[in-house]
Ligand binder design. Structure first.
Ligand code: NAP
Length: 256
């Protein structure tokens, strides 16, 4: 084990299973000595998250539905009591209804739009607001985005709109929290087969395109995200904030 994150308390939000991007990040952070704390959404997922956490020497799992201010308050009250200080937060959460991801932005309902924005974008601000009071030694907050925020990806729809909001939010939060020594950055990940990605139409053709068109001629995997996430969580990136870092084997630079 190396020690870039030794003794650092890192909260990981959005671990669902071994295919989750959060899992790649959690493993890399643990390899660097982090003390990991996890959240899970529903009781149905609790045991699976507990098992994954245990495999990384953590028994710290807390329930949190980010659509509820009360739930986020409860989480951070418990973290304050049990840990006092937080050094990092990984926000790896997004959701939109399947019909809103698939049916075009023009057909998005008011309700579906609000839900996608609430979970996929607003939740970062809601979490950052509570996390700041525990980041008394400075801190690093990272979130996950996708280049569907920059260009149109048929089949991504409302999620692209939400990711654009999320990325702008990263810059504003970085400005708000910078004076306290808290950095906020995003990783724009290339396509990875996860449970959430299943909601995107023709996702396998997006993966094939990555294999063919990315300068490195391959899609990314979870391990590819772990290293950059450790960089952003650690002192190595102490002068980096408000950045959207692409980790996609270079796919985003290609015009065709
Ligand atoms: P994932 O494994 O399905 O993770 C998404 C997580 O969000 C799940 O743990 C899910 O919990 C959680 N979540 C959804 N609604 C929530 C709520 N109301 N409160 C708390 N948690 C909630 O999929 P993933 O692909 O790793 O996604 C992680 C992040 O990476 C997302 O922001 C996604 O947009 C982003 N990303 C993914 C890709 C890709 O190709 N996969 C590429 C770029 C960026 P439940 O499963 O229990 O509902």
């Amino acid at each position: 084990m190396s020690s870039l994150l030794a003794g650092k308390n890192i909260l990981i939000m959005g671990l669902r299973n071994k295919w989750s991007i959060a899992w790649g990040i959690a493993k890399a952070a643990r390899d660097q000595g982090a003390n990991l704390i996890f959240t899970y959404l529903g009781e149905r997922e609790k045991d699976a998250v507990a098992e994954l956490a245990a495999s990384l020497d953590s028994s710290a799992i807390y329930s949190c539905d980010v659509t509820s201010d009360n739930a986020i308050d409860h989480l951070f009250t418990a973290l304050k009591q049990n840990y006092g200080v937080l050094h990092g937060v990984v926000h790896s959460i997004a959701f939109a209804r399947a019909e809103d991801i698939q049916n075009g932005v023009v057909n998005t309902t008011r309700d579906g739009y609000a839900l996608a924005m609430d979970i996929s974008a607003y939740s970062l601000a809601a979490v950052a607001k509570r996390a700041q009071s525990l980041m008394t030694q400075g801190g690093s907050i990272i979130t996950l985005t996708y280049m569907g925020s920059e260009k149109v990806f048929p089949g991504y729809n409302i999620m692209g709109v939400a990711k654009a909001a999320l990325e702008t939010e990263v810059r504003y939060l970085a400005s708000d929290l910078g004076p306290q020594g808290i950095r906020v950055n995003a990783i724009s990940a290339g396509p990875i087969k996860t449970l959430s990605a299943k909601g995107v139409k023709d996702f396998s053709s997006i993966l094939d395109t990555a294999d063919q068109k990315a300068p490195l001629r391959r899609r990314i995997d979870h391990e590819d995200i772990g290293g950059p996430a450790v960089f952003l969580l650690s002192e190595l990136s102490r002068a980096v904030t408000g950045e959207i870092m692409h980790v996609d084997c270079g796919l985003n630079i290609m015009g065709i």
